[in-house]
Design a protein around this ligand. Structure first.
Ligand code: SF4
Length: 74
């Protein structure tokens, strides 16, 4: 399993994470920020677990996020 952490409050809604890993990321129609699917909220952060095979695309999301608020841990 991998862990994905999203500092959602700082999201600028650029859509890059959705393009990299659409299984995990979706844009919210409510506030225009991305939402990490199946995540639980912990303060300003949202945390989700995902399968190992989803690591590469989420690493790409981490690298492409312009404000560096995605962290993927193996
Ligand atoms: S790439 Fe970063 S800033 Fe852009 S929508 Fe995703 S989390 Fe938000």
């Amino acid at each position: 399993m991998i862990r994905i952490i999203h500092h959602r409050k700082k999201c600028i809604g650029c859509n890059a994470c959705v393009e990299s890993a659409p299984e995990q990321w979706v844009m919210s129609r409510k506030d225009g920020k991305s939402y990490l699917r199946h995540s639980r909220q912990k303060g300003e952060f949202y945390i989700a677990e995902a399968e190992d095979w989803e690591y590469e695309q989420n690493l790409e999301a981490q690298q492409n996020c312009p404000v560096k608020i995605i962290t993927v841990v193996k």
